[in-house]
Design a protein around this ligand. Sequence first.
Ligand code: DC
Length: 215
Amino acid sequence: MKIIAIDGPSGSGKGTIAKAVAKKLNYTYIDTGAMYRCVALKTIRENIDPSEEDKIVDLLKNMDIKLDSDWHVFMDGEDVSEAIRSTEVTNKVYKVSPIADLREVMRQKQREFAKNNNIVMEGRDITTEVFPDADYKFYLDASVEERARRRQAQNEEKGIESNLEDVKKSIEQRDYDDIHRPVGALTRTDEQIYIDSSNMTIDEVIDKIMSIVGE
Ligand code: DC
């Protein structure tokens, strides 16, 4: 089975690009951030504190996560595609994702997806810890300013009011959290193909990846 792994910071466009590449190649797209978000959603619903690490790991062990080809996310059969994108979940997920034992169980679940499918998987530790031997490993980046501009534009489209400086600060905080996690930190390595999309359109990034992986 072929594996294309894409890591990068929040707002770098990984999701959009990984989905498009998966579609062109007819591979399965796996958003690992969505998997961590499912755990965060369940800790909120069950009122579990991030310090209760064993309970959180058990939640994941007993959780069935399915990602379908229309990009829906199902947690124990329930469509949580919208619920996992709430601000409450976004804030909580940064507290649960550093738990080392949780990441170990998560990695096993993520590797299961590649047993019977060609996959494009995106996240923070896919090229380094989940699939260090992936067929292709990419690090997709963009400047903080450009990522803030993109997030602000998305907010405007959705009719959400936001301030560019605040958006920038929140991106910087997420970068800090992603880079400084004791396990599963976002890391750049010599083995990744590095793409800085700051001055590229989405199509240009997709074309660049396709020119490398194209069959
Ligand atoms: O990509 P995203 O914003 O949906 O990710 C949600 C959260 O999950 C964010 O806190 C980073 C974390 N994450 C992680 O720790 N490891 C991954 N492979 C993917 C996401």
